[in-house]
Design a protein around this ligand. Structure first.
Ligand code: SF4
Ligand code: SF4
Length: 268
C-alpha cells in the first residue's frame, strides 16, 4: 500500500522479513491483549479500504433507506462520519484518515467487545499487522515490495503458535485483492513524483474517482464521458458494473486526464 513519509520512516526502522523467512504469530479472542491494538491509530484508508469499509457498513444497516440488499454505505455520509480528508504535501493527492472515537484509548469506531465488527472488510493495514508492507516503483517502473515485522511489546500474539512466511500470511489474511488494487493506486500516485502538487482541479477529480466510486459512476453517466471516450454502451456497463470496476475505471480515467495516457483508454 502507499505510505506517507512518516510511515515509511517507521517501517525502515523495523527488522525486514526476507523472502522465505518465517515468523511466529497468532491473534485470537483469548489472547490477554485482545482488541488493545484497535485504538489510537493513525490509520490511512486507501481507496480500496474505503470501498470495502463502506460495503461492510452497508451490510450493518448504514446504506440509504430502501436501498437493495448489499448496497454499500454512500460515500458522502461515510466521509462525514468517519474520516478526515487530507492532502499529501508532495503529490497533492487526497488521502482519508480514519477518525478514532472519543473517549479512553480513542478506540477504532468499529471495534466491539467481541472483536472487529467489519472484520471481512477490514482495511489492509489491519490485515497485514504485525507485518508492515512497503512498496515503491523503481526507476524501471517495476513495483518493489518489502516486508517488516512490527513487534510491539503489548502484543501477546508472538508467544502463540503459528508459523508464517509473508506469502502464507498475506494469503491467509485475504490480502491479494487489497494489494492488487492498492498497488495500482500506488503506481498512479508515483506518476506525480517530481511534478509538485496536483492542481486543485485534479485533486478534486482524484477525491471523486478514488474515494467515491458511487458518485463517480453517476458523474460518468451524467456527463456522457463514455461516448467521448469512444466506449459503447455494453462496454460502459461492464466498466461501471460495480464499485470495484468503477474504481479501476476511475484510476484509468485519472491517468488519462492528469498524465495524458492510459493503456486502456484513449481520448476521442
Ligand atoms: S477496522 Fe477492525 S481490525 Fe482495524 S482497527 Fe478497527 S476494529 Fe481493529
Ligand atoms: S495486540 Fe497483537 S495479539 Fe493482541 S489483539 Fe492486537 S494483534 Fe492480536
Amino acid at each position: 500500500m502507499a505510505h506517507d513519509e512518516q510511515t515509511q520512516r517507521f517501517l525502515d526502522s523495523l527488522p525486514e522479513i526476507k523472502p522465505g523467512q518465517s515468523f511466529r504469530f497468532r491473534c485470537h479472542p483469548q489472547v490477554s491483549c485482545f482488541n488493545q491494538c484497535c485504538g489510537d491509530l493513525n490509520l490511512m484508508l486507501t481507496p480500496y479500504d474505503t470501498l470495502r469499509l463502506r460495503r461492510a457498513l452497508g451490510r450493518l444497516g448504514h446504506a440509504s433507506e430502501n436501498a437493495p440488499e448489499n448496497t454499500p454505505m454512500p460515500s458522502e455520509p461515510f466521509i462525514r462520519a468517519h474520516v478526515e480528508v487530507g492532502v499529501y504535501p508532495q503529490s497533492g493527492y487526497p488521502f482519508l484518515h480514519l477518525r478514532m472515537a472519543e473517549g479512553p484509548g480513542r478506540p477504532c469506531p468499529f471495534v466491539r467487545p467481541e472483536g472487529c465488527s467489519v472484520y471481512p472488510d477490514r482495511p489492509a493495514a489491519c490485515r497485514t499487522y504485525p507485518v508492515g508492507r512497503a512498496t515503491r516503483v523503481d526507476e524501471n517502473g517495476e513495483l518493489v515490495e518489502q516486508f517488516f515485522l512490527v513487534r510491539e511489546d503489548h502484543c501477546a500474539g508472538f508467544a502463540e503458535d503459528g508459523e508464517w512466511t509473508t506469502d502464507t500470511w498475506c494469503s491467509d489474511q485475504g490480502l491479494p485483492r487489497y494489494n492488487e488494487v492498492n498497488d495500482r493506486y500506488m503506481r498512479l500516485m508515483s506518476r506525480q513524483r517530481d511534478r509538485g502538487p496536483l492542481p486543485q482541479k485534479f485533486a478534486n477529480m482524484a477525491l471523486l474517482a478514488l474515494y467515491q466510486p458511487d458518485r463517480f459512476r453517476d458523474f460518468v453517466r451524467d456527463t456522457g464521458m463514455l461516448a467521448r471516450l469512444g466506449i459503447d454502451a455494453a462496454e460502459g456497463e461492464r466498466l461501471l458494473a460495480d464499485e470495484e470496476a468503477a474504481l479501476e475505471f476511475g484510476m484509468d480515467w485519472l491517468e488519462l486526464v492528469i498524465y495524458g495516457d492510459n493503456a486502456r483508454l484513449r481520448p476521442a
